[in-house]
Design a protein around this ligand. Structure first.
Ligand code: NAD
Ligand code: ZN
Length: 350
């Protein structure tokens, strides 16, 4: 099967590769339609590893995917051939102790597309458990379906924050994940979201949404901006979505007493945080690792018109131009939020 293969750090090729294609009774076979380019795919391309996950053998990239079911296993009752779907890329061992605790996203046995040694889905077809495959409502496009995966990270962050109606949230970092988190926070009941970045382009994209106000921290320190909006009280929830050490410095000066800090960004190296400042406010701290049980809710929000991800789609490349898409993503243009690859170039469906 033709696939986009990361041969080794810095080297991509579009070539034939043998991929597992056996179906179990609870699996479905899916013809891929659209696959998004994620920061992690790009990081494997440019650095060859993320933390302990090292690319030591050729690996197919891509994990933000939508497509059409073309075959169902004998025991599958929830899906049928022809269904348009998006897929949750991480499959845990559902009998593990972690999964039984309700934390299947942190199950050490999880296999996650395009995380070594597991292949991703920038290829023609894949086989996936029906339990992790979600039917797209008729009004949700394949492009939107392939954006559910990064949006799910924002959904998980909003869930972990335990937002109350009318909360004020601050999101640090207006990258893909920061904007997705801001949208999930609004959908979860926040009255307003302030989002900070150093990039005017990124902030302009975030500000296309009602309820989101951008803070350019090169002009206004985040502490001043939050103090002004909340009359010195602080935000109910702070989502850290930059992963930058500089953003950690002010975390506890922008959260209200008893508020929540939700860590989403993954700093490449350990960072310092001010525990004394945190305890002085007795704030709650939460961490987010991917997501669990949010794909169906994300689709419901999109279908209900409460979340529109389409303004975040910056460009779409045909499968044959996948390497160009990755080179552009590696450039990191400030005006790009999400790049996608149309694997099924024959389909006219968006
Ligand atoms: P990104 O690089 O597109 O976005 C990060 C943004 O933060 C950039 O726009 C950058 O300009 C901005 N930034 C840098 N320093 C800042 C500062 N001091 N204050 C405010 N903004 C600042 O990355 P992304 O794809 O949006 O991902 C964001 C982070 O989330 C990354 O660290 C990524 O690894 C992490 N992530 C975590 C999970 C998870 O499961 N926890 C999942 C996906 C991504
Ligand atoms: Zn991703």
């Amino acid at each position: 099967m033709k696939a986009l293969v990361l041969e080794r750090q810095g080297e991509l090729s579009l070539r034939d590769i043998d991929l597992p294609s056996d179906m179990g009774p609870t699996d479905v076979r899916i013809k891929l339609h659209t696959v998004g380019v994620c920061g992690s795919d790009v990081h494997y391309y440019t650095h060859g590893k993320i933390g302990d996950f090292v690319v030591t053998a050729p690996m197919v990239l891509g994990h933000e995917a939508s497509g059409t079911v073309i075959e169902v296993g004998a025991a599958v009752t929830t899906l049928k051939a022809g269904d348009r779907v998006c897929m949750e890329p991480g499959v845990p061992d559902l009998t593990s102790r972690t999964s039984r605790l309700g934390l299947y996203n942190v199950d050490p046995a999880v296999t996650f597309w395009a995380t070594p040694p597991v292949h991703g889905v920038l290829c023609g077809e894949c086989v996936h458990p029906a339990a992790f495959t979600f039917k797209l409502p008729d009004t949700v496009s394949f492009a939107e379906g392939a954006m559910v995966e990064p949006f799910a990270v924002g959904m998980q962050a909003a869930k972990r924050a335990q937002i109350a109606p009318g909360d004020t949230a601050v999101v640090l970092g207006a990258g893909t994940i920061g904007i997705m988190t801001a949208l999930a926070a609004l959908a979860g009941g926040c009255a307003r979201v302030l989002i900070s970045d150093l990039s005017a382009e990124k902030l302009a994209i975030a500000e296309r949404y009602d309820g989101i106000t951008g803070i350019d921290i090169r002009q206004t320190p985040i502490v001043d901006a939050v103090a002004e909006v909340t009359a010195g009280w602080g935000a109910d929830v702070v989502f850290e979505c930059s992963g930058a050490q500089a953003a950690m410095t002010d975390l506890f000066r922008i959260v209200r007493p008893g508020g929540a800090i939700v860590f989403v960004g993954l700093p490449p190296d350990p960072v310092a945080i001010d525990i004394s400042a945190a305890t002085a406010r007795e704030c709650r701290m939460e961490t987010v690792f991917r997501y669990a049980n949010v794909f169906d809710r994300a689709l419901d929000l999109i279908a209900a018109g409460k979340v529109d991800l389409t303004p975040l789609l910056s460009d779409t490349y045909p499968f044959d131009a996948s390497i160009e898409a990755f080179d552009r993503a590696a450039e990191g243009r400030p005006s790009d939020v999400k790049l996608q690859i149309r694997v099924d170039t024959e389909s006219e469906a968006p």
